[in-house]
Unconditional design. Structure first.
Length: 174
């Protein structure tokens, strides 16, 4: 039974037990000791373990998302409007992006659309961030952000589609 819960009271000798406050979560060492597999239930065991580039790419994706929100806000506040409309654009544009992202593109999105719609939402939000950076007068940086975003999204989709044994992982660290 893959992914079945395993209860181990003590870690094997020489292995420090990880600190966790969630009792149902079984650490990676416990599953290996019991001969089980977590089936990808824990991100550090299932997807990222043995695939360091997956984790690095996910961190880059998160940083690009935060940057896009910052660029959208920067553009909104500097769009040339005065008063309340300036504040509305500066706060409202990134807020709208967060809501759309949370509904459709986030890992735990409320709605689970097909991949095509998720990619459209990512293109709108992340591309909108690059366009906003262009709009505040930084065309070279906007182009660089756009290229990094496209490559990052393509690599992320390749990693998500391929099982761990297909994607080169590098040396094992057990």
């Amino acid at each position: 039974m893959l992914g079945a819960p395993v209860r181990i009271e003590q870690p094997p000798s020489g292995v420090a037990a990880p600190s966790t406050s969630r009792p149902p979560t079984v650490p990676c060492w416990a599953l290996r000791t019991a001969g089980g597999s977590d089936g990808g239930g824990h991100w550090w065991c299932g997807r990222a373990r043995g695939r360091p580039w997956y984790g690095a790419n996910e961190v880059l994706a998160f940083l690009l998302e935060l940057a896009a929100l910052g660029f959208l806000g920067w553009w909104g506040f500097g769009a040339g409007h005065q008063g309340a409309f300036r504040v509305l654009l500066g706060v409202g544009t990134p807020l709208l992006a967060v809501v759309v992202w949370g509904l459709f593109a986030a890992p735990r999105a409320r709605l689970r659309p097909r991949l095509a719609l998720v990619l459209v939402v990512k293109a709108l939000v992340l591309g909108g961030g690059a366009a906003a950076l262009y709009g505040v007068g930084h065309p070279a940086a906007a182009g660089a952000v756009a290229v990094v975003t496209v490559v990052n999204t393509a690599v992320a989709e390749i990693f998500r589609a391929a099982p761990p044994s297909v994607v080169p992982a590098g040396p094992a660290r057990d």
